[in-house]
Design a binder for this molecule. Structure first.
Ligand code: ZN
Length: 236
């Protein structure tokens, strides 16, 4: 199945996932027009020690969990054509797109010294059934792209314990309740006391990332958690 999928990806013409334009040889992820128009989210202070009031990601979760560092690359909105980028990597089998976006995001974060003293990348998991249906976990593909740039290992320390309704169909409070207690961590001795970066595709309320961080810290209170969603979709 996966070989067939790889061959199909190679043979099909490469199209921009946002506007559908045919990509030229030098255009890698998006066409040049969409790459220029990509709605960026620029985080200036990535560390909790710096002026973290500027950092909406840390501010969104700091009443729930101790997170040291956070950054993102894109501003996500349902009514922007760029939401097709997220849809493509989530629902259309665009594994290679996720890896490329991970690479891109990791390179941007290098300029902010985000990777300093980081030990590993930890993808937010899907349910086993969802991963089976999709054939991959988009957060893990993003993390693999980040790993290619940083040389950091990707370690799956988390798992989803219950099947609940997909987050994308839920809003606000319901989304926060949905994420409670559905992640469990299994942290071998070699990964204890480490600085770990949680990787996900989109952060909205921060409940998923906060619950993943809590699951890790429940098992290893000395774990230092950083968060890196590809896109931020919450209120500013
Ligand atoms: Zn385009």
């Amino acid at each position: 199945m996966s070989l067939l999928r790889d061959v199909r990806e190679l043979l099909l013409p490469r199209l921009c996932p946002v506007c559908g334009r045919l990509l030229t040889g030098c255009e890698d992820v998006l066409c040049a027009f969409c790459a220029i128009g990509l709605p960026r989210y620029r985080i200036r202070n990535t560390n909790l020690d710096d002026n973290a009031w500027d950092n909406i990601l840390l501010r969104s979760v700091w009443d729930r969990v101790n997170v040291r560092r956070g950054t993102t690359m894109l501003a996500y909105s349902h009514d922007s054509p760029f939401h097709r980028l997220i849809i493509a990597l989530k629902f259309r089998g665009k594994r290679e797109l996720a890896v490329k976006l991970g690479r891109w995001a990791a390179m941007e974060a290098q300029r902010l010294d985000f990777w300093q003293d980081v030990d590993a990348l930890v993808p937010v998991p899907l349910t086993r059934w969802r991963q089976f249906r999709r054939g991959y976990n988009q957060a893990e593909m993003l993390a693999r792209g980040m790993s290619e740039v940083t040389g950091l290992p990707v370690v799956n320390l988390l798992r989803r314990t219950k099947n609940r309704k997909p987050q994308s169909r839920m809003k606000g409070e319901a989304r926060i309740r949905n994420a409670e207690g559905i992640y469990e961590a299994d942290v071998p001795a070699e990964w204890r006391g480490k600085r770990l970066v949680l990787v996900d595709d989109v952060m909205t309320t921060g409940s998923t990332l906060a619950n993943c961080a809590l699951a890790l810290q429940n098992v290893d209170s000395s774990a230092e958690i950083c968060i890196f969603p590809l896109a931020y979709a919450g209120k500013i």
